[in-house]
Each structure stands twice: as C-alpha cells, then as structure tokens.
Design a binder for this molecule. Structure first.
Ligand code: SF4
Ligand code: SF4
Length: 398
C-alpha cells in the first residue's frame, strides 16, 4: 500500500490541526476492501445493535460517515473499538461491510504505526508474533509444554487428525487445561492425532483484524507450508478464531484443508460411537455462543446437542443466544487491549449467565474463557458461577 505520508493526518500528532477530505485516504480505504462505506445512508441500525452502545459512546454509523468522506482521525480510539462481533453486518440494509471497512481504517493506522494509547499493546504483540510466533513473547520451544505428563505425539504423515490448539491453549495457564482435556478425550476415543509443537505459528486471525495484513500473510504462509510439508488433511482446532481463518481466509492462498472445531468433532465421534458418555453431570449450565463459531460460521447446534447428550445436565439459555449472542469483547484484537471496568461486555454476559441460575457458563473459545474468567474475578462472582470449556465437561463424563 503506497500513499503520501504527508497527506495522512492525525490529530494526536499535532502536526496539523484537523483532518480534511482526502482522495488518497478514500483510495486506501477502497484498496483495503472498505469501499462499501459509500453505500451507507446513515440509518443508524448498526449503532442500535452494537454492544458498545450499552456501555459507552461509539458509533459505527459515524465512523462509516467520516470514512466515506476521508474525514478520519487515524489516531482516535474509535477505529480500534469494533470487536468484529458480526452483529451489525447482516442487518445492514445497504450491505456496508462494517468489519472490513473498520479493518481498512486500522490498516492505515497500522501502516503508519499510529496507535491510540489503548491499542498500543498491538505493537508489542506484533513483535512477539514476528519473533516467537505467539502474542505472549513466550519461547517458541515451549509451545508444546502443555503436553508435559501426557503422551501426545508429534504429527506425522498418515495420522487422522492434526490437533492445532492455538496460542492461548499452548501458553496460558488457564487455557492449557483445555488443550490437556482435548488430548485426553482424543486418546480415550482412540483417535490417531498429533501436534506440530514449535512448528505451529499463531493462526494470524486477530492480528489481521488489527490491520496488520503483512504479519497475517507471513503467519498464514508459514502455517500453510508446514501443513503441506506434513501432508495434513484434517485439522482439529480449539479456537473459533483459528477455525474461521483456516476455513474462510487461508483459501485466499489457494490452501484448502478440512477444518473441524472441537465442539463439532466431539458431536461427530459421540454420534459415531467412537466416544462413549458414561458418567452423569448433574447441574444447570448455560451455553455462550462465541461470535466466530456462531454468527461468523453458523455453528449453533452441535455444542448444544452435545451437552444435551450428557445425563443429568440441564441446559438453559441466556437472554441473548444463538445469532443474538452477546460478544465477550475479545475479538478484533480487543483481547490485547485494555477495556475499563464498566465497559466490558464480558461483565454483562456474566450477569446474564448468573441470572439463568446456572452453576456453570460453558463455551468453546479460548478468548471467551479468558475474558469471562477475568470478569468473574474482577466482579467478585467466583462463588456464584464457574466458567468451563465444553471439553472440560466431556472429559469428566467419559
Ligand atoms: S446499518 Fe448500514 S446503512 Fe445503516 S448506518 Fe449502519 S452502515 Fe450505514
Ligand atoms: S461488528 Fe459488532 S462491535 Fe463491530 S460495530 Fe458491528 S455490532 Fe459493533
């Protein structure tokens, strides 16, 4: 993307007093797949649906308007707020692609290395991804440390499944338990599977949503090469974000693999009789649809059907569920940015879960679990409800 640096203006840099209409910015937006801005007729429907409208002033409608005229302040916090939850795009009467449009603005900011204070952690993440292939700056060699004490094999040609845990389950102490539960279930079911360990990179989904297309392409190409070199056919993922990018974005590189999310896979092997549910799970649970599994990929039923197969488990729904599910707040790279208390969607979601009377909030996305666990503690709700991944429940009943 080449454009004249002098013509991109940022209030925060104080080099110019304000932003002005610029053909160049409009061109950059078009190049970055944000050309649908101009179709907006300012109906405001997106604002009425957006979860931000419940907690603070933010207007996608306003952002779209400003961008359509090239009147955008790339140093503002606004361009970093959208969590890419997917709630507004399908309802837009003019098919303005709000997510792609918003990312187009972030690409300009990213290209110029202009970050609002709240989005500055993205720069550190970029460095970690570049150096170690994960956003935590953890050593690449430690990527398989979660397997300590388990007999998980390295993936070799001919195995049925490549298990791709993703960054959080590989490194985060809470999420490691999810990768471990997954491995134990697969072993119990006799599935032939292996992992890539230090040959695995971050999938790149979230860094792409922050506008860093270059880093996404690099990570994606390295992963694709590794998959091809190992003759991988079917990839099992823990994260809906990995699912989304492998399934819907890696084909941009002419790379096609069969991708299956763990909730789908468990449903499949239980139905096929490969995994038997032997135990009971007495109690009330409520299921949270992760945005990137539900709204973005239309997987609503398999996790629920799987939970309903467990004797004793009572599944109850929250006020907003299925395609109306409330975002946890961690998508679109927001997982790396600080959101003040009182503005976190995860706090509203925890309240909704508690109101159902459920003892456990179950989901199947590492970002959702990280966000909910943090809110559970910060809200002092640790004695009111537990947060679990669906694999942690299945592990207890097989
Ligand atoms: S819903 Fe679509 S047309 Fe309406 S304000 Fe939002 S972007 Fe514009
Ligand atoms: S995708 Fe979600 S977070 Fe982004 S503007 Fe639309 S409703 Fe708001």
């Amino acid at each position: 993307m080449n454009f004249d640096r002098r013509k991109i203006r940022c209030k925060r840099e104080k080099t110019l007093e304000t932003v002005t209409p610029l053909g160049e910015i409009i061109e950059v937006i078009k190049e970055s797949r944000g050309s649908a801005f101009s179709r907006c007729f300012q109906c405001g429907l997106c604002d009425s649906l957006c979860p931000w409208s419940r907690v603070r002033d933010f207007s996608m409608r306003r952002l779209v308007r400003e961008a359509a005229f090239g009147l955008i302040d790339i140093g503002s916090e606004e361009i970093w707020l959208c969590t890419t939850c997917g709630k507004c795009p399908p309802e837009c009467p003019r098919e303005v692609k709000q997510i792609e449009s918003g990312i187009a603005l972030r690409r300009i900011a990213s290209e110029y290395n202009v970050f609002h204070n709240t989005s500055k952690p993205v720069r550190t993440v970029r460095g970690s991804l570049s150096g170690e292939g994960n956003p935590f700056n953890e050593k690449r060699e430690k990527r398989s440390a979660w397997t300590d004490g388990l007999s998980v094999k390295s993936f070799v040609r001919g195995m049925e499944i490549l298990y791709f845990p993703g960054c959080y389950p590989c490194y985060d102490p809470r999420l490691k338990k999810v990768a471990q539960a997954t491995a134990k279930i697969l072993e119990r079911a006799g599935v032939s599977f292996g992992i890539l360990g230090e040959r695995e990179n971050c999938c790149g989904e979230s860094i792409r949503k922050t506008g860093d297309e270059e880093m996404f392409i690099r990570l994606a190409k390295e992963n694709i090469k590794t998959f091809i070199d190992h003759d991988v056919k079917r990839i099992l993922v823990t994260s809906p974000h990995c699912y989304h990018t492998f399934r819907n974005e890696y084909p941009e590189f002419s790379a096609h693999f069969e991708i299956v999310h763990i909730a789908q896979y468990l449903f499949e092997i239980v139905n096929a009789g490969r995994l038997e549910i032997r135990g009971k799970y007495p109690g009330k649970v409520t299921y949270h649809d992760p945005c990137y599994l539900g709204r973005h990929n239309n997987i609503f039923d398999e996790p629920r059907e799987l939970l309903r197969k467990i004797p004793g488990l009572e599944l109850v729904e929250m006020a907003e569920s299925h395609k109306n599910s409330l975002c946890c707040g961690g998508g679109g790279g927001r997982i790396w940015m600080e959101t003040p208390r009182g503005q976190r969607f995860s706090e509203i979601r925890m309240e909704q879960a508690i109101q159902t009377g459920a003892e456990e909030l179950v989901t199947c996305c590492p970002y959702c679990i990280a966000m909910f666990e943090e809110s559970r503690i910060s809200m002092g709700a640790d004695d009111k409800i537990r947060v679990k991944d669906i694999t942690e429940i299945i592990e207890e009943v097989i």
